[in-house]
Structure formats: structure tokens, C-alpha cells
Design a binder for this molecule. Structure first.
Ligand SMILES: Nc1ncnc2c1ncn2[C@@H]1O[C@H](COP(=O)(O)OP(=O)(O)OP(=O)(O)O)[C@@H](O)[C@H]1O
Ligand SMILES: [Mg+2]
Length: 179
């Protein structure tokens, strides 16, 4: 069969309409295989990628970043930037795999390339091994659970104190049990 005739069907082929698959793009964020595709890194590097995405976000605010390991086995990425805007539900949406691209950086950093996906990758990497995320920002400790259905759930919100004058409202994100 010539290239020009490539749309011709062999008698044994099913009709073209039966070959049309449709799947929401965000479903790729649910599995390690899909995440590898979306993020462009091998499974063994996903943990590093998550920490990089969180550190990128921290550095984008112009803040200083501190990264470390928790005694629970997870990691934290902490910055002394402005904190994350919004209610716990809005923050959960930022960490949801099924959200559209959301970014505050389009105007400020027009040459950055792909935008608004970092936290979806983070949520997916926590979801795949059924981990949880804790975001501490603006005097709240928000525990989040990414869900297979797409929208991340707010598990709990607790007030938390930062010593006045030592450090401003801080974003602290810890990820446990990454692949
Ligand atoms: N540490 C943080 N401090 C303040 N705002 C944050 C922080 N982390 C995330 N955000 C907010 O959440 C938005 C979404 O973050 P996300 O990492 O998903 O996308 P992005 O950083 O805009 O683009 P990309 O990560 O794809 O380069 C950011 O644009 C920013 O407004
Ligand atoms: Mg980012």
C-alpha cells in the first residue's frame, strides 16, 4: 500500500470509527507509567522531579529554599516567600491532577516554557503510591489527599503558629512515600 493510500482499509480492519479512543488527558497523572510520559523522566527520577518542582515554585517567589527529609520518611520543601493564596479548597485544587493549567507566572515569566503543571505532577506522584501531602502556608496546616477521581480532597486544616519576626508566612510541602 502506498503512502497516499494509507487511509485505505484492509478487509480485516475494523472501521475507522471504532478506532477512535478518547481519554481525558489528566488520567495520565494517575499512574507511574503515565507520569513518566507527562513529566518526561524515568520512574526512578520522579521523586527528584517532585522536589525540583516544589523548589522551582519556591525559587520563583524569590524566596530562600530549604529542603530536607522528615523523620516519617517523606521530604519537605520550605520557603520564606509570600505563601500560597486561597482557601484550603483552592489550594487543594492547585494540587489536583484534573485541574486545567493554572499559573500566576504567565505575565511575569513569559519565556519559562511549559507552565502551570508542576503541582499536578507533584499530586500524581503522591497519588500513585497512595501518599499524602501536607501544605503549611499562611498559618494553616492543610493535609491533602490526591484522589484517583481527579480532584484532591482536603483531609484536615489546623491552625499553626510561626514565630513572629523570625520567618514570614511560609509554604512547607512534605511528600511521603514517593515511588
Ligand atoms: N511555594 C509557593 N509559593 C507561592 N505560590 C505558589 C507556590 N507553589 C505554587 N504556587 C502557586 O501555584 C501555581 C501553580 O504552581 P505549578 O507549579 O503547578 O505551576 P507553575 O509553577 O506556574 O508552572 P510550572 O511548574 O509548570 O513551570 C503557581 O503559579 C503559583 O501561583
Ligand atoms: Mg511550578
Amino acid at each position: 500500500m502506498g503512502f497516499n493510500n494509507s487511509d485505505r482499509q484492509l478487509p480485516s480492519q475494523p472501521s475507522a470509527k471504532n478506532l477512535k479512543f478518547e481519554r481525558e488527558d489528566w488520567t495520565h497523572f494517575r499512574t507511574v507509567e503515565g507520569l513518566q510520559q507527562k513529566a518526561g523522566v524515568a520512574a526512578s527520577k520522579l521523586r527528584r522531579l517532585v522536589l525540583k518542582e516544589l523548589a522551582d515554585n519556591a525559587l520563583d517567589t524569590g524566596a530562600e529554599v530549604d529542603i530536607g527529609q522528615l523523620s516519617s520518611g517523606g521530604y519537605f520543601v520550605e520557603d520564606d516567600g509570600p505563601g500560597i493564596d486561597g482557601s484550603p479548597e483552592e489550594i487543594a485544587r492547585l494540587f489536583s491532577i484534573n485541574r486545567p493549567m493554572i499559573s500566576t507566572k504567565l505575565l511575569r515569566l513569559p519565556k519559562r516554557g511549559a507552565l502551570g503543571n508542576g503541582l499536578r505532577v507533584v499530586a500524581g506522584a503522591v497519588l500513585a503510591p497512595e501518599g499524602r501531602l501536607v501544605v503549611i502556608t499562611r498559618n494553616r496546616r492543610i493535609e491533602l489527599r490526591p484522589e484517583r477521581e481527579g480532584a484532591t480532597t482536603v483531609v484536615s486544616v489546623e491552625p499553626i503558629d510561626f514565630p513572629v519576626g523570625t520567618r514570614g508566612p511560609t509554604t512547607r510541602t512534605s511528600t511521603a512515600r514517593l515511588p
